[in-house]
Design a protein around this ligand. Structure first.
Ligand SMILES: NC(=O)c1ccc[n+]([C@@H]2O[C@H](COP(=O)([O-])OP(=O)(O)OC[C@H]3O[C@@H](n4cnc5c(N)ncnc54)[C@H](O)[C@@H]3O)[C@@H](O)[C@H]2O)c1
Ligand SMILES: O=P(O)(O)OC[C@H](O)CO
Length: 335
């Protein structure tokens, strides 16, 4: 049984997932980038900057020292933004206890390399990608921290490792399922952030449920097109890491990606939306570029993702890209 778990990253999801593990009876140590956040988690059992009003369990402690955090860990949960994971992990590589199960919470595709997070982790640590566990699904951090019922997917080619983390994270409110389709779960988790940007943008422009449902459904189609081209099981996109996460993120005002898109849709600039995010990551803003490039390399059509890249990084007007999406060549729904 995996008992001693380290969570590297004390932001919203790192803290909420650490709480799940502690509520499941595990001994959990978090690493926080800022010493004062570690002090607050350890001393007051709160992390007010990310999860205000949430009381953290006694079985959860924190440190600012990665060596102390990682000492004796049987599983290591990586809970930092996807675009900084490579740099973070390079600093931690020599501290990782041999044999510890590596678990990724990050939902993104790396700029430049176009790698999924498990591929980045494997490259840096030398651990086989088949042994890395990926967590995905409809898991808005605040709702999980409030112990609202939710399910998740723990994807790993090595089923035994997924089962070990399933047992370590199963609580009365958090129901993890296993899956062996790492590619599908990672593509789903990364791509839905971009579609959530588009839904937020529609909401910011004053548009209603028909428009957001259209974006969710056509977003699912383009996500599944890319995933299956990369070898994913199409069924994964009908599951928690596909439509499940897509619906939660695109519908909830708690989503940072949707909120970011809403600000752009109201006419704010990228810089204004970034300032309002208060340092918390909206992964879709960078992943729209890497996923668009990944799609281009593999000859996959992803018009919504392309539109989000143009709004975020080429100064395109959300109304103009909306009109262009509607005016594309007429075609069969599944062609
Ligand atoms: N918040 C959610 O509801 C949620 C749910 C599921 C998955 N995720 C994914 O989990 C990952 C982490 O998300 P989060 O919500 O914890 O993010 P966050 O922005 O709330 O926290 C990120 C954490 O990483 C730390 N960090 C370490 N090095 C950093 C660096 N160089 N730059 C910036 N931050 C650095 C920050 O200090 C912070 O503690 C993301 O990929 C996100 O998409 C988030
Ligand atoms: O707040 P967001 O937009 O990063 O989304 C959070 C989670 O990924 C939802 O599952």
């Amino acid at each position: 049984m995996v008992q001693r778990i380290t969570v590297l990253g004390a932001g919203s999801w790192g803290t909420a997932f650490a709480k799940v593990l502690a509520d499941a009876g595990r001994d959990v140590t978090m690493w926080a980038r800022r010493a004062e956040v570690a002090d607050e988690i350890r001393g007051r059992h709160t992390n007010g900057g990310y999860l205000p009003g949430i009381e953290l369990p006694d079985g959860l402690t924190a440190t600012h020292d990665p060596a102390e955090a990682l000492s004796g860990a049987e599983a290591v949960v990586l809970a930092v933004p996807s675009q900084t994971l490579r740099a973070n992990l390079s600093g931690w590589r020599d501290l990782l206890p041999p044999g510890a199960i590596l678990v990724s919470l990050a939902k993104g595709v790396e700029l430049g390399t176009l790698k999924r997070m498990s591929e980045v982790i494997s490259e840096i640590t030398g651990v086989s990608g088949d042994e890395i566990v990926v967590v995905s699904g409809p898991n808005l951090a605040r709702e999980i921290a409030q112990a609202q019922p939710a399910a998740a997917v723990l994807a790993c080619v090595d089923h035994d490792r997924a089962v070990a983390i399933q047992q370590a994270s199963f609580t009365a409110y958090f129901r993890p399922y296993t899956n062996t389709d790492v590619v599908g779960c990672e593509v789903g988790g990364a791509a839905k952030n971009v579609i959530a940007l588009s839904c937020g943008m529609a909401v910011g422009m004053g548009l209603g449920a028909n428009t957001t449902a259209t974006l969710i459904t056509r977003g699912l189609a383009e996500m599944a097109r890319l995933g299956t081209k990369l070898g994913a099981d199409p069924l994964t996109f009908a599951g928690l890491a596909g439509v499940g996460d897509l619906v939660a993120t695109c519908s909830s005002p708690l989503s940072r990606n949707r909120t970011f898109g809403e600000r752009l849709g109201r006419g704010e600039t990228l810089e204004q939306a970034q300032a309002a995010a208060g340092g918390q990551v909206a992964e879709g803003v960078k992943s729209c570029t890497s996923i668009r490039e990944l799609a281009r390399v593999h000859g996959v059509d992803m018009p919504i993702t392309d539109a989000m890249h143009r709004v975020c990084h080429e100064g395109a007007d959300p109304r103009q890209v909306g009109a262009e999406l509607l005016g594309r060549r007429q075609k069969h729904e599944w062609s």
